[in-house]
Design a protein around this ligand. Structure first.
Ligand code: ZN
Length: 116
């Protein structure tokens, strides 16, 4: 399952940051996830909840917060911006296909919350 691999990647990265900063326990991790990213939020949270109970001491019981970034496509021809999920690759203003994804494919560790 793709989400499990992603979960381990995030845990590894957070553990590295915790070690660099002498942090003993992380209580919450916030991710920014693009709307059209290949990661499914619900599955990611399921994997996370399992992994933090079984695979990590630093992250034991830590909460995962996922902030979704809306997908926006930019049109080169009319310089318009529109919702990728709603209209796909065709610009709803001028019908051009000369468009590209401006945002929405992100997968970023945005914030790490540690115990006081
Ligand atoms: Zn357009």
């Amino acid at each position: 399952m793709h989400e499990l691999g992603v979960t381990f990647t995030v845990i590894k990265r957070v553990e590295e940051v915790a070690k660099e900063n002498n942090v003993k326990h992380v209580s919450k991790v916030t991710l920014s996830l693009g709307e059209v990213s290949t990661v499914i939020k619900e599955q990611l949270i399921d994997c996370w909840n399992w992994a933090v109970k079984n695979k990590s001491e630093v992250l034991y019981g830590a909460t995962l917060d996922v902030e979704q970034i809306p997908a926006i496509t930019y049109c080169e021809d009319c310089k318009g911006e529109y919702s990728t999920v709603k209209y796909g690759k065709t610009c709803p203003y001028c019908n051009s296909k000369n468009t590209w994804l401006k945002q929405g494919n992100e997968f970023i560790i945005k914030d790490i919350t540690v115990d006081e």
